[in-house]
Design a protein. Structure first.
Length: 143
């Protein structure tokens, strides 16, 4: 997100064809909102407000990201290995549909989902002619 602060508000919200979430700001909203949603589901609350959707700047999203990261950390610090690998029913969208989920697999999906959309955000940065060098391999020191 630090790299994304370099772009103007117009650049952050410019839509680029070919992306499911076509702007940089929408990619970031989606990453944060999905983590917030799925960790809430694992804690028994599927019907949460999408706070990330209300964020209109990278600074607002960074603040929301901190809140979500703390919630995620709290969850992970307070769950046992046994409960991570316990198949159970969880209410999910739409309308509290019950689904059998394994928390450890939900967590892995949240991580892979984050990586996927982070890659799309980096692609949008390249389209905007300001690639994120710290995201390229080999990892370069921040510029």
């Amino acid at each position: 997100m630090e790299h994304c602060r370099k772009f103007s508000a117009e650049e952050q919200s410019t839509e680029h064809p070919g992306f499911g979430y076509p702007s940089l700001i929408e990619q970031l909203r989606h990453i944060i909102g999905a983590e917030d949603y799925w960790f809430s589901v694992l804690q028994g609350n599927w019907d949460i407000e999408d706070h990330a959707a209300a964020c209109n700047t990278v600074a607002e999203l960074e603040e929301r990201r901190g809140i979500v990261a703390n919630q995620t950390t709290d969850y992970l610090m307070n769950i046992t290995d046994q409960d991570l690998d316990k198949l159970d029913e969880y209410a999910t969208w739409p309308d509290a549909t019950l689904r059998e989920l394994l928390p450890s697999m939900v967590i892995m999906r949240v991580i892979s989902h984050h990586i996927h959309h982070r890659g799309q955000a980096v692609a949008i940065c390249r389209i905007l002619r300001n690639p994120a060098p710290t995201m390229d391999f080999p990892v370069a020191p921040p510029v």
